[in-house]
Write a protein that binds this ligand. Structure first.
Ligand code: ASP
Length: 601
């Protein structure tokens, strides 16, 4: 039967007990990790979120009743133990923080019993994630997940410390709100009081933080939950946390300055990493040209090389047609991989096709100086020589080429570069390469929508020197937008905002917003700007991602207490679920169920 804690107080967490407490009486509480019976002695490993402590039950010390109780303990029983700290008599366990001591119990209470858990509560679990997520409350007991969540709490605290010191105010913004234009689909919440209308959950606090700037709160930050109904992607969560900020009377360099110091402070205090300042900056164009990505992993080379000039008149149609259609031919050099078997190369070709390539051309420079290539027969000796030279190809290298529209070539080679780095183990997990990407294009053409879309969001300021091109060549206008990238992952991003009405109006026009629609969607922001708005800029970090990188986790789910899976459902609560007819009636909603899906009309 479960006992109460009456009169018993926890004195220490398990690993707060150390050899400094030898001889003292302590009371610890937690879960039984395992029990071993050694005849006249019973041992348990007691676990709480700090770690493990060995408890010894010896009948003369704990009494007949206590010893009998200890004999019934099974994994995950919750117990309270009082006892004396002693130096371990048996061998010291080097793997445990408390490996040199043990507690000799004088009293034990069983606070609750446990059924056999569906999987072992252990570090580096081999259990399938689906099962762990169904019993997330058990999974959360595992030390690796506990460490991640403790780190997340610490990082949030460090961020708050830093922001407070720098004069930022933490201000909450609404969760029940109107659509924010971050480019994903909104989650909608029906209104009962206003039947037929909906709130949107915020994709970010963007509009509100800009309004706070209008209102004079010149440095704002918030650890804010954001919601985005994006298509199924393995490592996305429908709700996630941003460390969000906005500053008034600033330009790009001011935002970068404060954030560099923030990163330096947080990474040092959280994981002891020294971030060297200034963090290097690279324009978007350079990042695409050199790495085929706007979030390059700069821990290794294998940079892209544009060989369009060399192949433009060659006899290989794949190259020349791509160039005629305004595309490019680029390559990467997989150093020393010239002997890669054909089968493996074929796999790389398949991989490239997954990123939109029609194929992948290759040329291996054999050790004897001859070539093994998918296209050499279409080229002259001189052309081949020039190509290999431009690629800095040496004996034993494998050169891989993509020919297509620039965007496809960048996507393919950018992804291939990363894939090869993984295969060749070029990624040093202990290296932290930070990089600012700046001067993003303001607009991005969408074939689907047949119009320009904002690359960041519609409130992002164009670069003054490019604004003149907004009518003649809108795609060439760069923005005062920046991303902070760590080891190939976007850690955060932001921009200087438009605070001039004429620029904002023009921007909305280019994006295809009618005056009415713009007013309907964010008229309150445009109105606010009519009453005196300071120049302002901001940035938001993905907090989950930041902690994921700090803890070297493979998945964002490992740093979120109750995550959802790929189809945005929660395996533990079964959300989303159907609701009562009465609730629907109150909301003036009826459900139309088709064979495959449930649709709200
Ligand atoms: N609201 C932006 C985002 O969520 C960040 C920013 O511009 O500050 O990406």
């Amino acid at each position: 039967m479960a006992e109460s804690m009456k009169g018993m107080h926890r004195s220490h967490r398990c690993t707060e007990v150390s050899s400094a407490n030898i001889g003292e009486t302590v009371t610890v509480m937690g879960w039984v990790q395992k029990r071993r019976n050694l005849g006249s002695l019973i041992f348990i490993d007691l676990r709480d979120r700090s770690g493990i402590l060995q408890i010894v039950f010896d009948e003369p010390k704990v009494g007949v009743e206590g010893f009998a109780k200890a004999g019934t303990l099974r994994s995950e029983f919750v117990v309270a133990v009082t006892g004396t700290v002693e130096k371990r008599t048996a061998a010291v366990n080097e793997n445990l923080k408390t490996g040199d001591i043990e507690v000799i119990a004088s009293d034990i209470r069983i606070l609750s019993e446990s059924e056999t858990p569906p999987f072992p509560i252990e570090e580096h679990s081999q259990t399938k994630e689906d099962l762990r997520l169904r019993y997330r409350y058990l999974d959360l007991r595992r030390p690796d997940i506990q460490r991640n969540l403790m780190m997340k709490s610490k990082v949030a605290m460090l961020l708050r410390n830093f922001m407070e010191k720098e004069g930022f105010l933490e201000v909450e913004t609404p969760i029940l709100t109107k659509s924010t234009p971050e480019g994903a689909r909104d989650y909608l919440v029906p209104s009962r009081v206003h039947p037929g209308t909906f709130y949107a959950l915020p994709q970010s606090p963007q509009l509100f933080k800009q309004l706070l700037m209008c209102a004079g709160y010149d440095r704002y930050f918030q650890i804010a939950r954001c919601f985005r109904d994006e298509d199924l992607r393995a490592d996305r969560q429908p709700e996630f946390t941003q460390a969000d900020m906005e500053l008034s009377f600033v330009d790009v360099d001011d935002v970068i300055d404060v954030n560099e110091r923030l990163l330096q402070y947080v990474f040092k205090e959280a994981i002891g990493i020294d971030v060297q300042l200034p963090i290097p900056r690279m324009s978007w164009q350079e990042a695409m040209d050199r790495f085929g990505s706007d979030k390059p992993d700069t821990r290794f080379g294998m940079e892209l090389v544009n060989v369009s000039d060399i192949v433009k008149e060659c006899g290989f149609g794949v190259f020349t047609v791509a160039l005629e259609q305004g595309g490019s031919v680029r390559g990467i050099n997989a150093k020393g991989q010239g002997a890669m078997p054909r089968k493996k190369i074929d796999k790389l070709v398949e991989f490239a096709k997954g990123y939109g390539a029609k194929g992948l051309a290759y040329l291996a420079v054999n050790e004897d100086g001859t070539y093994k290539s998918s296209f050499a027969k279409f080229m002259t000796e001189d052309e081949l020589k020039a190509l290999v030279e431009k690629m800095q190809g040496e004996l034993g290298d494998l050169l891989l080429f993509a020919a297509d529209k620039n965007k496809v070539v960048w996507d393919v080679l950018g992804a291939l570069r990363l894939e090869l780095a993984k295969q060749l183990e070029l990624l040093d997990k202990n290296q932290y390469n930070f990089l600012w990407i700046t001067e993003f294009p303001l607009l991005e053409w969408s074939d689907e929508e047949n119009r320009f879309m904002a690359m960041h969001h519609p409130f992002t300021m164009p670069m003054e020197e490019d604004w003149g091109k907004i009518d003649s060549d809108p795609g060439a206008v760069r923005a005062k937008a920046y991303d902070i990238v760590l080891n190939g992952t976007e850690l955060g991003g932001g921009s200087v905002r438009i605070h001039q009405n004429d620029i904002q109006e023009k921007m909305l026009e280019v994006l295809g917003f009618s005056k009415e629609r713009a007013h309907e969607q964010f008229g309150f922001l445009l109105d606010a700007f009519a009453y005196g708005v300071p120049p302002h800029a901001g940035l938001a970090y993905g907090l989950d991602r930041m902690v994921m990188l700090m803890m070297k986790c493979d998945s964002i789910r490992d740093v979120i207490a109750f995550p959802k899976v790929k189809d945005a459902s929660c395996l533990m609560t079964d959300a989303p679920n159907v609701v009562d007819d009465k609730q629907l009636e109150e909301l003036a909603l009826s459900i139309q169920v088709t064979a495959q899906e449930e649709k709200i009309v």
